[in-house]
Design a protein. Sequence first.
Length: 122
Amino acid sequence: MSDPQEGECLVCYVGRMLDDHGCDGTLRWTHHFREIRSPTATGLEKRFPQPCDCGVLASRRLVRELMVRDVHTDELEAPTRLPTCSGVRRTSTHPCANWERPRGAGPRPTRAHGPRPAGGDR
Ligand SMILES: [Zn+2]
Ligand SMILES: [Zn+2]
């Protein structure tokens, strides 16, 4: 098992793990990240559209500045290697500044129901 690096965010971590290990159809990397970094973040998986690690990446996309333009199709594409994580607070399960919500995809996220995880100050 590879652990998240200091300050690395969930999305960058899962992206890195999927690059190296692929998805096995579960949230194994998401769960591993949570165990290590934010064990109290129990509704984490509810945030993602698919019940596997791909859903974590599918729920976000790289900001434009980090995309590369395909010279043939003139479309922006994700780079083959993920850029270095911009970093988040130690216990945060939120994506870093490299990621944005895809525009117009899915319903607007609602505020999480239920108790806030302990230690969250935002
Ligand atoms: Zn998957
Ligand atoms: Zn990141």
